[in-house]
Design a binder for this molecule. Structure first.
Ligand code: ADP
Ligand code: MG
Length: 337
């Protein structure tokens, strides 16, 4: 008799969760991505104890249909892609169909959702048990994730201090706010407001709430297109620098990405204006044909492969150079008459 067996679903999900749910911030990222994909205009995130105790994400999006509820929590189940063609034309933040299944494998999940503005459905998932009931609810979805990693002690040990974990969540929220300035975000940590945006679409206001007024006043706008790319954004004048590249945020089609070459293009544009070892501050939104970018490189979807990367690098570099040149970088001297 053979010795190979198919893994029990719960166990398979737990293994897969290792890739998607690295830390509390990964849960926040996946839940907010879902809220954005659901067309929400208001998203509230609340965490307690850096998300280890509770993560609550509430949105006013489409909600989930009753018949879709069990599938929403199954692995490889998604409403976002259907075919091979879709996989290479991703327009949503999610598409892998594994976040909710992975999160439910390593925490306790309560999902409240309403897709018709009237009747709400409540789903409680705790290990192997799933309870479903009717409830009063507003249009949209609320997901409560509690006791993260309660059943994966090794992962819990790996989680850093609450301070570090909260910092990672804050970074993620800040980046969502920068890439989606039309969404009103509210983010609380242990009942303290960490970020509040208006959703009025003004990136400069979002950056002001994140980096402060002083930097917001010294942001320079960039905007330009080539046949393949449209780039817009705000970069800080070179008198404001930071000790690492963390303050450069690059988004492709609304997704925060990390890309060495694009960061390099930004650095090249500043060139000698930056002291050695210092990095600029900025947010750059790139809109492009999804067929030119492969986001299916890593489960967290932050690494991407770009076709025509050189064209994009050169556009970004030129736009920033022009924008900085257009500014007088010599301090203005007031002449007394
Ligand atoms: P993916 O986002 O890759 O499709 P997920 O596991 O994150 O996979 O979510 C599974 C499905 O559940 C989604 O495809 C979507 O249909 C539904 N869903 C999850 N969260 C929400 C939400 N906040 N609002 C509406 N639908 C949601
Ligand atoms: Mg998702």
């Amino acid at each position: 008799m053979g010795i190979i067996q198919e893994l029990d679903i719960q166990l398979a999900n737990k293994i897969a969760a290792g890739e998607v749910v690295e830390r509390p911030a990964s849960v926040v990222k996946e839940l907010v991505e879902n809220a954005i994909d659901a067309g929400s205009t208001q998203i509230t995130v609340k965490v307690t104890e850096a998300g280890l105790k509770y993560i609550i994400v509430t949105d006013n999006g489409t909600g989930i249909l009753e018949e879709d509820l069990p599938l929403a929590l199954s692995r490889h189940a998604t409403s976002k892609i259907k075919s091979n063609h879709d996989l290479f034309h991703i327009r949503t933040l999610g598409f892998r169909g594994e976040a909710l299944a992975s999160i439910a494998a390593v925490s306790k999940v309560t999902l409240k959702t309403c897709a018709d503005g009237q009747l709400g459905h409540l789903l409680k998932v705790d290990g192997h048990t799933m309870e479903k009931s009717l409830t009063r609810a507003k249009q949209g979805t609320e997901i409560i994730v509690s006791d993260l990693f309660y059943n994966t002690p090794a992962r819990l040990k790996y989680v850093k201090s609450l301070h570090t974990e909260l910092g990672k969540i804050t970074d993620i929220m800040n980046r969502f706010a920068m890439s989606h300035s039309h969404i009103r975000f509210t983010f609380y940590a242990d009942d303290k407001v960490m970020l509040q945006t208006t959703g009025n679409g003004r990136l400069s206001e979002v950056m002001s709430s994140i980096y402060g007024m002083k930097i917001a006043r010294d942001l320079v706008e960039i905007s330009g297109t080539t046949g393949d790319y449209m780039v817009t954004g705000l970069v800080a004048k070179p008198e404001h620098t930071r000790a690492n590249r963390h303050y450069i945020s690059i988004f492709i089609n609304g997704r925060y990405i990390r890309n060495f070459m694009l960061t390099k293009a930004i650095m090249t544009a500043y060139h000698t204006l930056l002291p050695i070892g210092r990095y600029p501050i900025g947010a750059i939104n790139i809109v492009m044909d999804p067929a030119l970018v492969d986001v299916n490189v890593h489960p967290t979807k932050q690494e991407v492969r770009l076709s025509k990367e050189a064209e994009l690098m050169s556009l970004i570099e030129q736009l920033i150079k022009q924008a900085l040149l257009g500014q007088s970088l010599i301090p203005k001297v007031e002449v007394k008459k």
